[in-house]
Ligand binder design. Structure first.
Ligand code: HEC
Ligand code: HEC
Length: 187
């Protein structure tokens, strides 16, 4: 009986040593690059920090779809990511750097959907749509709501990082300001 207890104690002590030796370097790595430890972190460390630090990543808040697009964008820009790594990578990124919950103003937004939605859309437009070209390309267009949705989807395929949650307010804004011109009277 005594022997068994002694053996158990020894094994327990060994276990502790192993655990502490495993966790020590991990804690240091997190402090250095700001990426929380959890499943997928090694893939991100291995493939996403070759061209820039982790700060560009931890500043973002994207849905999983948004992160998947961001990964595709980085691949277009030269990152080498295996197809089988994309899913766990997007899971990891969305888990730790997912979208922030919408502000408490949602009740108000429901009362006047278009106005406040279009207002949010203005900020999205300025942040996401003026990276590659000036406002003139957009201002020349007059599109229906569906037309603007298609245009936004097209820009996303071309590299705009608009998240799913941003699409509606953005399209509201575009439609409100660049909707079809009213037909001229007496045609
Ligand atoms: C081949 C080089 C390269 C690799 C590898 C790379 N990136 Fe980037 N990334 C860039 C460049 C260039 C920028 C733009 C930097 C700037 O604006 O200063 C950028 C910017 C970003 C941004 C800021 C938002 C944006 O789109 O501009 C995020 C987020 C990001 N990268 C995430 C990632 C993730 C996640 C990975 C791993 C899949 C990754 N990057 C791998 C080159 C790379
Ligand atoms: C990654 C770069 C990039 C981003 C971000 C971007 N665009 Fe574009 N956009 C382009 C390019 C390239 C063209 C073609 C320019 C040309 O024909 O000279 C274009 C053209 C356009 C046009 C002209 C019609 C057409 O389809 O050619 C409109 C309208 C437009 N963009 C709207 C937007 C809106 C709205 C957003 C925000 C969701 C956006 N763009 C974000 C790259 C971008």
């Amino acid at each position: 009986m005594r022997r068994i207890i002694k053996l158990t104690v020894t094994l327990f002590a060994c276990g502790l040593t192993i655990i502490s030796s495993l966790s020590a370097p991990r804690a240091t790595a997190q402090q250095q690059d700001g990426l929380p430890e959890s499943a997928g972190v090694e893939i991100v460390r291995g493939q996403c920090l070759n061209c820039h630090e982790a700060d560009l990543i931890v500043q973002q808040r994207l849905s999983k779809t948004g992160w998947t697009r961001e990964i595709e964008k980085m691949v277009r820009w030269g990152a080498t990511v295996k197809d089988s790594d994309k899913e766990p990578m997007a899971d990891y990124l969305a888990r730790h750097f997912g979208q922030r919950p919408l502000k408490a103003a949602t009740g108000q937004a429901a009362a006047t959907p278009d106005a406040s939605s279009a207002e949010r859309g203005k900020a999205i437009f300025e942040n996401k749509c003026l990276l590659c070209h000036e406002v003139d390309l957009t201002g020349q267009q007059r599109l229906s709501r569906i037309g603007w949705m298609r245009e936004v989807e097209k820009m996303i395929r071309w590299g705009a990082t608009v998240t799913d949650a941003e699409k509606d307010p953005l399209v509201d804004y575009l439609f409100k300001n660049y909707g079809p011109r009213p037909r001229t009277a007496g045609k």
